[in-house]
Design a protein around this ligand. Structure first.
Ligand SMILES: [Zn+2]
Ligand SMILES: [Zn+2]
Length: 330
């Protein structure tokens, strides 16, 4: 086998369209199934382990073991990986709401990967499928589809949209169908394939920062706890809340044909993503907070990078279009 053939051999789920002898195809299916099971186990581990460690961290904090370097590490890693998801995975890779250099694409993709919400191409495929079928059958994480009415149905819908759909692991969107552009993009493919490297870097960084700030290994370990596990917990649940709470609670300014909502109190913790009804109304807009008081830190970062000449062709919604849509137009 030549080196040229190696990458497709290591990515069987993407090589299935090539066709070939039947025994090869079934081997590929088995491999894909094994990967899907491993994925499900990994999903449970990275979602449940941080919850346990958050409990441990809270216990330490209660005992007076929380010190300012830990909070600095938590804040910094939350912002870096959170913005990697909102500005990188979501507004750049999924919706192409601005353009930038390959280096900046790689940086934003690496930061988003460190949030441990899955490799970028998988994340983008699921999210584009969510927009395609929003709150209809086919939506990977709607709180409204397939659940009974009443309180029990509402709770099971919210659970499904928040984390249940990840544990069930059956609704992964086809990357060939939803992310053809990224499969053809060398930067996206590289960041996708090296996902684990960025996850590990996202753990090494808070450890190193903890050591640097305190000068002790113990400081590194508490940095790892707060900037690794606790940060992962908060970033995960900020993202999950968009899928659950922002399709359930809050205000609807635009008739978008789905249940997306703007949820004011969640805007800052989600770095601007909770203006979710605005986002479903104008998916390619780089700004989700359309009004001056709709705080949107991710849009602030994009505007800053634009002024610095690092991003360009930023998609904006005109005030006229916004008013027309709010009045019921398209
Ligand atoms: Zn949505
Ligand atoms: Zn979106």
């Amino acid at each position: 086998m030549t080196l040229d053939q190696a990458p497709s051999a290591s990515a069987p789920s993407r090589a299935q369209t090539a066709g070939g002898p039947i025994h090869e195809a079934s081997a590929v299916d088995d491999h894909a199934h094994a990967i899907a099971t491993a994925d499900r186990v990994a999903n449970v581990v990275v979602t449940v382990v941080p919850v346990a460690l958050v409990g441990f961290a809270a216990w330490l904090a209660w005992g007076g073991a929380l010190r300012w370097p830990d909070l600095v590490v938590l804040a910094l890693t939350y912002l870096l990986t959170g913005l990697g998801v909102t500005v990188g995975f979501h507004r750049l890779f999924t919706h192409r709401s601005f353009k930038t250099s390959p280096q900046m694409r790689a940086l934003l993709g690496a930061l988003g990967s460190a949030a441990v919400e899955g490799p970028v191409i998988e994340w983008v495929s699921n999210h584009r499928k969510h927009h395609r079928f929003s709150d209809q059958p086919g939506d990977p994480h709607s709180p409204h589809v397939g659940h009974a009415s009443g309180w029990r149905g509402a709770l099971s819908g919210l659970y499904h949209a928040h984390v249940g759909w990840i544990f069930e692991g059956e609704a992964l969107a086809s990357e060939e169908r939803y992310a053809k552009d990224l499969l053809a993009d060398p930067v996206a493919r590289f960041i996708d394939r090296t996902f684990l490297v960025w996850v590990l870097a996202g753990l090494a960084f808070p450890f190193a920062l903890g050591v640097a700030l305190t000068g002790t290994i113990v400081g590194g370990l508490t940095g790892l706890l707060w900037g690794g596990a606790v940060r992962m917990f908060f970033v995960h649940h900020a993202t999950f809340s968009i899928n659950s709470l922002c399709h359930f609670f809050g205000r609807r300014r635009f008739a978008t044909g789905d249940e997306s909502r703007n949820l004011l109190w969640l805007a800052l913790p989600t770095l601007g993503e909770a203006w979710h009804n605005n986002h479903h109304a104008f998916p390619t807009s780089a700004r989700h907070g359309l009004r001056w008081w709709q705080l949107d830190p991710s849009a602030w970062l994009i505007a800053f990078l634009e002024r610095a000449g690092l991003v360009w062709d930023v998609t904006r919604v005109s005030h006229e279009r916004e008013l027309a849509k709010a009045a019921g137009g398209s």
